[in-house]
Ligand binder design. Structure first.
Ligand code: PEP
Ligand code: MG
Length: 324
């Protein structure tokens, strides 16, 4: 199987009715970058920057961060890489930040909440990213944005940092794209102002769905309790995708959901055209895409999305069996 998927890596991820689906990988280590060529992926849709910080006993110095990001961009050879700024705290502990006992760490002091309170950390990371991307395009996004004001504040920090490069006349990115993760449900009700300000949106279903269903993503007892292939989850995702399409803002889905072929099929049926998935799932998802007829699937899914079913999994599985 693995050898077969390897042989298919240069086949385009285009559906039978000619719809191109872009497949990006999720990465976080330098070693992950080798998958780009090996899989024929379109780029990195989510680069989780926290790993470098989690394995380090002390705060990685500016130079170390810069060198790390530069290597990542070098290996990407011009393919897009979306760096997510630090998503630490919660379940992602780092040795150099005091860890407070929190009753709900996933909903606690983490990610952009830390970054806005300790802006030096974010500023240094942005500085390292901008220096690393000198002369190239730099794409960044922020984790756990719940409120427009947080996105604006984080974006302003990035723009200020860029202005510093200009003022000092230091080599800087040829282009800066600033987007956001959409992984806190409240943000989906601020799309009008948000979509005027972002360059792209990335739907993080791992956190989004844990908060949507109020169901801990890491508790095995709850894993199968709420099916993401259910009308509420799917219509929520569809609402976000349609709003992004209407505004002409590129939207990617970067949660684990997108790496499962049946789920990926449903997501494409909802209108998604860009998935960022873990490297080992690229082969199976690409194969599914190449046997799919999007128009037919779209009609089928839209007919079902208002049903009262707890899960559409069996119906979608039957559809896949009969049509792929
Ligand atoms: C997500 O929440 O869906 C996501 C992609 O980010 P992480 O898994 O790193 O929280
Ligand atoms: Mg997340």
């Amino acid at each position: 199987q693995a050898a077969q998927f390897r042989a298919e890596r240069n086949l385009p991820s285009i559906t039978r009715d000619g719809v191109r689906i872009q497949l990006f990988i999720n990465a976080g280590l330098q070693a992950d970058m080798a998958h780009l060529d090996a899989l024929g992926a379109d780029g990195v849709g989510l680069f989780r920057t926290e790993f470098q910080f989690m394995v380090s006993a002390t705060l990685p110095r500016l130079e170390a961060q810069q060198e790390f990001y530069k290597n990542v961009l070098d290996v990407a050879q011009g393919r897009p890489v979306v760096f997510r700024t630090l998503d630490i705290g919660g379940d992602k502990a780092v040795p150099f930040l005091p860890r407070e006992d929190e009753e709900n760490p996933a909903m606690g002091w983490r990610a952009i909440r830390i970054a806005l309170e300790r802006p030096v950390l974010l500023r240094y990371q942005l500085r390292a990213l901008m220096a690393a991307a000198a002369g190239r395009t730099l794409s960044i996004m922020f984790p756990m944005i719940a409120d427009m004001s947080e996105f604006k504040a984080a974006r302003n920090i990035a723009l200020k940092e860029l202005a510093r490069f200009e003022r000092l006349d230091i080599a800087r990115p040829a282009k800066l794209e600033i987007g956001t993760m959409l992984e806190v449900p409240s943000l989906a009700w601020q799309l009008d102002p948000l979509l005027k300000l972002v360059d792209f949106v990335s739907i993080g279903t791992n956190d989004l769905m844990q908060f949507f269903f109020a169901s801990d993503r890491s508790n095995p007892r709850l894993t199968d309790r709420y099916d993401l292939l259910s009308p509420p989850a799917l219509s929520f995702i569809r609402m976000v995708v349609k709003a992004c399409d209407r505004a002409g803002v590129p939207v990617t889905l970067c949660g684990e959901m997108g790496g499962r072929p049946l789920e990926a099929m449903a997501l494409i049926g909802l209108g998604l055209r860009r998935l960022s998935i873990s490297p080992m799932t690229v082969g199976p998802v690409r194969r599914m895409i190449r046997s799919l007829n999007v128009k037919q699937l779209e009609d089928y899914i839209l007919d079902m999305i208002d049903l009262e079913d707890h899960s559409l999994r069996v119906k979608l599985r039957d559809y896949a069996r009969d049509h792929l």
